[in-house]
Design a protein around this ligand. Structure first.
Ligand code: TYD
Ligand code: MG
Length: 464
């Protein structure tokens, strides 16, 4: 029997097949099968090695299991800890993905530096494994960030076995693998970055993390579609999957959890990229509203709830007559389908003839909002630009829109209004359905008007 065999592996979900397939039967994606070489003897041996702990463990009751929250490792970067649910859990494996150049290496180098400085007496070693850049390149970045920790070890290595050995020997409080796509195992015949390599490398590292209770962060590449490159199975293997996102041209960066076994996936961390690295943004609403209080048409302030924090955002719209061909609709920060729906409501229920106009919509600061509570503000921003009438810059607008133009209630109204009052807003246009909840608030922080329909809101905000 030949020692190596060829198999085809789906680069999306990791399923393998003896022959090439156009469409993957498992995940339904097209053109994802790639030929990979597998070393038979070794892979069987490896399978045995990987199949579980060598020392047998015995079943125990829930009461006997430790769940001490204080064991969480705080990185002293509160925005990072918040996304993880309060810090890193011993033995946790975290995967962090994001577009190239967004600042993943910078963030993790800063995290490793902070951690290695907290723990004293040689206790808090951090290991930064770099497979993408040389140690000199990391040094240059560290100099730029002002990092000089004596406890931060840079290891330019891509061989997983050598890395595992180092981790076992030095027992770092945190290991960072930059990136998982550059790592390889010599006993797998296919190239680094292929599904088998990425999956096996991650499996070995995860296994060690669990066994030794040493947390590991894996940095992952992101494909054009925005998924972490390599098999989806990686996402099942790790405890937390974080995305670092933002607009490269702008300064703000958001850290978001899409999976977290030890915390909520609602929280976001907000950072700003500066010349000297990433800075935390503690007062996000203020930062996002920078330059706002100018009176111009098409600009409306609303709130979006990100985890436990309400965030004040500026919705900007520009409506102008189409000069040529089909009218354009462009949106940054909200789903284009949602925008199309809101424009249809304006056209049909308000009688605004937007179909012959180009519409551009933007959420200032480069943030993406999924919450429907910003619908009303989007509609008002478009109407304001269309009629060229500015909305009072000290007013915030909240509400979800229904297809018949009705304004629906939003969640956590109290928190949103308190945040707006804190930043000096004087008036709030909110769904009528939320008025009752507001009347229960100890003292209403500003003038509050409830609206039932879009026309009512437009009548108040952009009077003819
Ligand atoms: P990097 O961490 O290398 O991104 P990734 O690992 O996600 O590919 O960050 C790259 C960008 O960040 C680069 O374009 C330069 C910018 N940057 C700053 O603006 N300030 C800094 O202090 C550093 C280190 C990087
Ligand atoms: Mg990098």
């Amino acid at each position: 029997m030949p020692k190596t065999k060829t198999q085809y592996v789906c680069q999306n979900c990791g399923v393998n097949s003896p022959k090439w397939q156009g469409k993957c039967n498992s995940c339904g994606e097209w053109n994802t099968f790639v030929e990979e070489l597998v070393d038979r003897g070794k892979s069987e041996e490896r399978g045995r090695k990987l199949s579980g702990p060598t020392e047998r463990t015995t079943p125990i009751t829930l009461n006997e299991i430790d769940s001490d929250e204080s064991q969480r490792l705080k990185t002293n970067i509160p925005e990072f800890d918040r996304v993880l649910g309060g810090g890193i859990v011993p033995g946790e494996t975290i995967m962090i993905g994001g577009d190239p150049g967004i600042g993943k290496s910078t963030l993790l180098l800063q995290v490793a530096d902070k951690l290695s400085r907290i723990q004293k007496d040689g206790q808090g070693k951090c290991l930064y494994v770099t497979g993408e850049e040389s140690a000199q390149q990391i040094k240059l970045r560290a100099e730029r960030l002002g990092i000089r920790s004596n406890n931060l070890y840079i290891f330019a290595e891509t061989d997983v076995l050598a890395i595992l050995e180092q981790i076992e020997k030095t027992k770092p409080v945190l290991t960072i693998i930059d990136s998982i796509q550059t790592m390889f195992l010599t006993d797998i015949a296919s190239a680094p970055g292929s599904v088998s390599q990425v999956r096996e490398s991650a499996a070995r590292l995860t296994y060690l993390a669990k066994r030794e209770k040493l947390p590991i962060v894996l940095i992952g590449h992101v494909t054009k579609e925005g998924n972490i490159a390599g098999p989806m199975t990686l996402e099942h293997m790790v405890d937390a999957v974080l995305y670092f996102e933002g607009d490269i041209q702008r300064h703000f960066r958001l850290l978001r959890a899409v999976k977290n076994r030890f915390g909520s996936t609602q929280e976001i961390g907000i950072f700003e990229m500066r010349g000297t690295g990433l800075e935390e943004v503690a007062d996000a609403s203020k930062a996002f509203l920078d330059n706002h209080f100018v009176h111009s048409s098409g600009s409306v302030i609303t709130t979006s709830l990100e985890g436990s924090r309400p965030l004040l955002l500026e919705v900007q719209s520009l409506v102008s007559a189409t000069n040529f061909g089909t009218p354009q609709r462009r949106s940054a920060g909200i789903d284009p389908n949602r925008l199309a729906l809101i424009l249809a409501i304006l056209e049909k229920r308000q009688g605004m003839s937007i179909s012959s106009q180009d519409v551009f919509l933007n959420i200032a600061g480069g943030i993406k909002v999924l919450e429907p509570s910003i619908d009303l503000s989007v509609a008002v921003a478009v109407a304001s630009s269309f009629r060229e009438v500015a909305v009072d810059p000290h007013t915030i607008v909240l509400g979800e829109l229904g297809l018949s133009g009705e304004v629906r209630a939003v969640t956590q109204i109290g928190q949103r209004l308190t945040e707006a009052a804190r930043l000096g807003f004087k008036q709030a246009i909110i769904p009528h359905g939320n008025l009752k909840a507001v009347s229960l608030l100890p003292d209403a922080p500003m003038e509050i008007l409830g609206v039932k329909t879009l026309s009512e809101a437009i009548g108040i905000l952009i009077p003819r």
